[in-house]
Design a protein around this ligand. Structure first.
Ligand code: NDP
Ligand code: OXD
Length: 305
């Protein structure tokens, strides 16, 4: 019998049924605890950033720490964590992100706002261009970025991806970033927060965009320099920013993003981890651990994601 420590107590009510069902479905016999006085006996830890657990040293027998979150910037640098760390790649989470990105891209592409709020009843029959005429930059072509790129391409947006390593149909490096931004009327940021990606969008990179480009950021707040983005919005260089993630969450009530006419704030809801499917991902990784198979979605500590 294996012991699983569910170390995110505030999330436990959502997983009370889903996790035992998924573990049984994976053929595992497990005891799930939400706290322990015997850390050395814990085989696996299910973790979320809200978890009070910060010192992993006593968990000497733990075979893996399994994050319920896709982004691991709040745990990846924890020096006490020597066990393998796996992040969440969940089909339902991906589906949610595809819907958020596609919906917000279409809002801006079709210019929906001017028809939804039209107090003066202006009859303006200007048609938007076709999606095929609206280049999109997808910064980050991992689990989420590549799924969003595929969905946007399916409705004809020409999407150019950008990633850290070279891959087919995708640009990389500083020169690649310059190329992808120069053309992009919509920029989607689906990068992890690492020392290399922090403030990736700042005055100098925002200046590369065609005037009036739209930014969708469901990645992490720190990818964009807030002050530089506000300046670019005020000058018209950036036409609109739809932001789901922020340096400080909840976004402080007096933050200028709330009141800026060309900013839409969504409260970190682009893609939720859904308990039923996430529990199956966790269970599959535990099954793999017990079978001596490689873990899925292993985080590379040196690159930070
Ligand atoms: P992945 O790890 O699968 O993909 C990350 C992508 O970013 C990869 O393509 C990677 O390149 C690229 N990348 C990383 N560093 C750099 C760099 N320095 N320069 C260029 N490209 C880089 O992550 P996911 O797609 O699963 O998730 C992305 C992020 O989305 C998460 O880290 C999290 O911050 C955010 N997120 C937000 C949610 C929300 O609700 N708002 C929900 C879930 C996640 P390469 O392919 O070469 O490795
Ligand atoms: C995640 C997130 O990283 O919700 O899973 O942002």
């Amino acid at each position: 019998m294996i012991t699983v420590l569910f170390a995110a107590p505030s999330l436990w009510p959502e997983y009370t049924e889903a996790l035992p069902a998924a573990l049984t479905g994976a053929g595992l016999s497990a005891r799930i605890v939400t706290e322990t006085t015997d850390p050395a006996s814990v085989d696996y830890i299910v973790y979320a950033p809200s978890a009070p657990l910060q010192d992993f040293t006593p968990y000497s027998g733990t075979k893996a720490v399994l994050s319920l979150w896709a982004g691991v910037e709040r745990i990846v640098g924890n020096a006490t964590l020597t066990q393998p760390l796996c992040r969440m790649v969940d089909p339902a989470l991906t589906e949610g992100m595809v819907e958020w990105v596609t919906g917000h891209a279409l809002r801006h592409h079709l210019g929906m706002d001017r028809h939804i709020v039209n107090p003066d009843h202006i009859w303006d029959p200007t048609c938007p261009p076709l999606a095929r005429e609206r280049p999109v930059a997808m910064l980050g072509m991992g689990a989420l970025g590549s799924a969003c790129a595929a969905a946007l391409r399916a409705i004809n947006f020409p999407v150019t991806g950008w990633s850290r390593t070279p891959k087919a149909g995708c640009l990389h490096g500083e020169a690649g970033l310059e190329t992808v931004l120069k053309d992009a009327q919509i920029v989607v940021t689906l990068l992890p927060k690492t020392p290399d990606t922090e403030n990736l969008l700042r005055a100098s990179t925002l200046a590369l965009l065609p005037r009036g480009a739209v930014i969708l950021n469901p990645g992490r707040g720190a990818l964009i320099d807030d002050a530089d983005l506000l300046a670019a919005l005020n000058s018209g260089q950036v036409g609109h920013a739809t932001l789901d993630v922020f340096r400080s969450e909840p976004l402080p009530k007096d933050h200028p993003f709330w009141s800026h006419p060309n900013v839409t704030v969504t409260p970190h809801i682009a893609a939720d981890t859904r308990p039923a499917s996430a529990a199956r991902v966790i269970a599959e990784n535990i099954r793999r651990g017990e079978a001596g198979e490689p873990f899925l979605h292993l985080v590379d500590r040196s690159r930070g994601y």
